[in-house]
Design a protein around this ligand. Structure first.
Ligand SMILES: *Cc1c(COP(=O)(O)O)cnc(C)c1O
Length: 227
């Protein structure tokens, strides 16, 4: 299991297995490869292997890589990290989807930063911990934030995103995400994406209805030291 191609196909096989065990069609699950801390050359290699959806969690790195890889026309960039409001413009210019919208001011800034009439796909990140520093909207405030985003003309509300806390059974955490997703659907019919599941817990996320997995190290290998 040493080459990138082998790791990618092993993960795709594991995703298909988990989907079948959950009685789901693997085709309804999008695998996003998280490439943070890895060089742009790795993204180019992944593109050569057919990868079209990639994720980054830091604006500067996202902007640098999208610039360097502008020739890879079918690549879709997902921003999955905590976003500073003053970086909203740069994020919007680089990404096609932002998974980490967790407050009205950030949504407003992303909306104002529209450069053409292409809508931006956004997901509402839910905080599954009691620590407000972890990013994400408190579950109780989900509907209010959804109503706010729905009123912004250039954002397309797609669904919810969450990271399972380290100190909780992922299946229990993802059951709560599924509940939030149902609540969102009640106010935003069609916003049916559930972005959940990483290297350590994607099978549990699939069982709980995840539509978008964010998988890094199992595919890319260990991340180089953080800069
Ligand atoms: C890094 C990261 C991932 C991928 O993590 P792995 O454990 O390497 O699969 C997924 N989601 C977010 C928000 C991340 O920051």
């Amino acid at each position: 299991m040493n080459s990138l191609a082998e790791r990618l196909s092993a993960i795709d096989a594991a995703i298909a297995d988990a989907a079948r065990r959950a009685d789901r069609d693997p085709a309804e699950i999008t695998r996003i490869v998280v490439t943070k801390f890895h060089p742009a050359s790795l993204v180019r290699e992944l593109y050569g292997l057919g990868v079209r959806e990639v994720g980054e969690n830091r604006q500067q790195e996202l902007s640098a890589k999208t610039e360097e890889l502008a020739d890879l026309e079918e690549l879709r960039w997902h921003f999955i990290g905590q976003a500073q409001t003053n970086k909203a413009g740069a994020i919007r210019r680089a990404a096609q989807a932002v998974h980490s919208v967790d407050r009205a001011r950030l949504a407003d800034a992303l909306d104002r930063a529209a450069v053409d009439d292409r809508p931006l796909d956004v997901l509402l990140q839910i905080n599954l911990t009691d620590d407000p520093g972890r990013g994400g909207v408190a579950p109780a405030d989900l509907e209010r934030l959804a109503e706010h985003v729905l009123a912004l003309p250039t954002l397309r509300l797609r669904g919810v995103m969450a990271v399972a806390p380290l100190d909780e059974d992922p299946a229990a955490a993802f059951a709560r995400v599924h509940e939030s997703a149902q609540r969102l659907l009640a106010v935003a019919p069609g916003a049916d994406w559930i972005s959940a599941g990483m290297t350590a817990d994607f099978a549990e996320a699939i069982a709980a209805g995840a539509t978008h997995l964010r998988i890094g190290s199992a595919i890319t290998g260990p991340r180089p030291a953080q800069g």
